[in-house]
Design a protein around this ligand. Structure first.
Ligand SMILES: Cc1cc2nc3c(=O)[nH]c(=O)nc-3n(C[C@H](O)[C@H](O)[C@H](O)COP(=O)(O)O)c2cc1C
Length: 369
C-alpha cells in the first residue's frame, strides 16, 4: 500500500459541524462498568474514554434511554440527572484532550430479563417472540436465558419514542457532540425492522413500510432535538447478533437508508457481516447501499490497518470504526500511523470489573516516539 494512500486514514474529516482529526472511530463497546445500582458513569469511565481521545470520533458504549431499555447488568443509563452528571465527567475529559464523542442510544427491547426490569416486569418488544438461544447476565453475576417478552401495545410506542427524545436532550446536556441511534445488533429498533421478531398486525408490522415506521419515528424524534447534523445511526443488515433473523435484509435496509438520507442524518454506521464475526456471513451489497446515502459512511467489522486504508482511499467509506483494537490499544491511532504492533485483547475482563483490562493497557513507549 503506497504511503500516500495510508495518509487518507489520517486526514481530517468534517462530520456536519464537527471537524474530526482523522478517519478512525472508536466503535461503541459495552463494558458493564457503570456504578452498580444506579447505572451512573464515573471517573474510571472518564479515564478510559480520555485515554482513547485521539480517535477522530469516539462513540460511547450503548446506553439505555430508560430503565426498560436495559438488558445487561451495570450498563450505563442516560435518563437520570446523576447519569447525566456522570457522563459529563466523560465528555469533559475527552474534550480536554481535543477529542469528539457521540453517545449510542439504546433500548434492548426483548433482549433482557425481568430481573433487570423495573418491578420485575417482562421486557417489551414488537411481538411476544423470544430470541433463539440467548443469554444475558444479571446484577448477581449469573447468566440467565432471555425469555419471551411482552408485545407492546400500540398506545405505548409513542412513549418509547419520547424516551429517545428525552435521552437525546440529556446527552446534549451531558456535553456529547452528537448521538448515534442504535438500530443494529438485534435490539429494539432492529426488532421492529425484522420479520423474524416483528409479527405485528397493526401499522408497525407486516409490510416493509410498516416495519420501518418505528425507526423513522425514532430518527425524527432524535434529530428534532440534536439536529440531523449531530445524529448518526448504526445498522447491521445481515448480522444474526442477539438471535435476530430476517427473511430479506435488502428489502428492509435499502428503503431504510433512503429514509435516513431523506432525514439528512450525518452518518450511517454499518456493521458488515456478523457483528464481531465473519464479514461474509450472508451476501449483501454494501457498495450499492452506500450509493443511496449522501452523508458520511462509517464502516465496521474486522477492519485492519490495510483494509481501513483501502476503504477510505478507494472512496467507499469516509470513516472506519474499530472495536476490539480500541479496547486493547488506547493509542490505536498512533499505532496505525506508525504501523506498530497491537496489544493483545484481554478477553477475561471485557464485561464488568474495574481498571484491569479496561484502563491498564499500555501505550507505545514514549521513548520510541
Ligand atoms: C466487548 C464488546 C462490546 C460491544 N458493545 C457494543 C455496543 O455497546 N454497541 C454496539 O453497537 N456494538 C457493540 N459491540 C460491537 C462492536 O462495536 C463492533 O461492531 C465489533 O467489535 C466488530 O468490530 P471490530 O472487529 O473492530 O472489533 C461490542 C463488541 C465487543 C467486543
Amino acid at each position: 500500500m503506497p504511503e500516500q494512500s495510508a495518509d487518507a486514514l489520517f486526514a481530517p474529516f468534517n462530520l456536519g459541524p464537527i471537524t474530526l482529526a482523522n478517519r478512525i472511530v472508536m466503535a461503541p463497546l459495552t463494558r458493564n462498568r457503570a456504578t452498580h445500582g444506579t447505572d451512573v458513569p464515573h471517573e474510571l469511565n472518564a479515564t478510559y474514554y480520555s485515554q482513547r481521545a485521539t480517535a477522530g470520533l469516539l462513540i460511547a458504549e450503548a446506553t439505555q434511554i430508560s430503565p426498560t431499555g436495559k438488558g445487561y447488568a451495570w450498563t450505563p443509563g442516560i435518563y437520570s440527572p446523576e447519569q447525566v452528571a456522570g457522563w459529563r465527567l466523560v465528555t469533559t475529559a475527552v474534550h480536554a484532550k481535543g477529542g469528539k464523542i457521540f453517545l449510542q442510544l439504546w433500548h434492548v427491547g426483548r433482549f433482557s430479563h425481568p430481573a433487570l426490569q423495573p418491578g420485575g416486569q417482562l421486557p417489551v418488544a414488537p411481538s411476544a417472540i423470544a430470541p433463539v438461544d440467548q443469554k444475558t447476565f444479571l446484577e448477581d453475576g449469573t447468566f440467565a436465558p432471555v425469555g419471551t417478552p411482552r408485545a407492546l401495545e400500540r398506545s405505548e410506542i409513542a412513549g418509547i419514542v419520547d424516551d429517545y427524545r428525552t435521552a437525546t436532550r440529556n446527552a446534549l446536556d451531558a456535553g456529547f457532540d452528537g448521538v448515534e441511534i442504535h438500530a443494529a445488533n438485534g435490539y429494539l429498533v432492529d426488532q421492529f425492522l425484522r420479520d423474524g421478531a416483528n409479527k405485528r398486525t397493526d401499522d408497525y408490522g407486516g409490510s416493509v413500510a410498516n416495519r420501518l415506521r418505528f425507526a423513522q419515528e425514532v430518527i425524527a424524534a432524535v434529530s428534532e432535538i440534536a439536529g440531523p447534523e449531530r445524529t448518526g445511526i448504526r445498522i447491521s443488515p445481515v448480522s444474526p447478533a442477539s438471535g435476530l433473523s430476517d427473511s430479506d435484509p435488502s428489502a428492509v435496509f435499502f428503503p431504510l437508508v433512503d429514509a435516513i438520507d431523506a432525514a439528512g442524518l450525518v452518518y450511517v454506521h454499518v456493521i458488515e457481516g456478523a457483528t464481531g464475526g465473519p464479514r461474509d456471513v450472508a451476501p449483501f451489497d454494501y457498495h450499492a447501499l452506500r450509493k443511496r446515502f449522501r452523508g458520511a459512511w462509517l464502516v465496521n467489522n474486522g477492519y485492519t490497518r490495510e483494509t481501513a486504508i483501502d476503504a477510505i482511499a478507494s472512496g467507499y467509506a469516509d470513516l472506519v470504526a474499530f472495536g476490539k483494537p480500541f479496547i486493547a490499544n488506547p493509542d490505536l491511532v498512533e499505532r496505525l500511523r506508525r504501523n506498530a504492533p497491537l496489544n493483545a485483547l484481554d478477553t477475561e475482563h471485557l464485561f464488568g470489573g474495574g481498571a484491569q483490562g479496561y484502563t491498564d493497557y499500555p501505550a507505545l513507549e514514549s521513548a520510541a516516539r
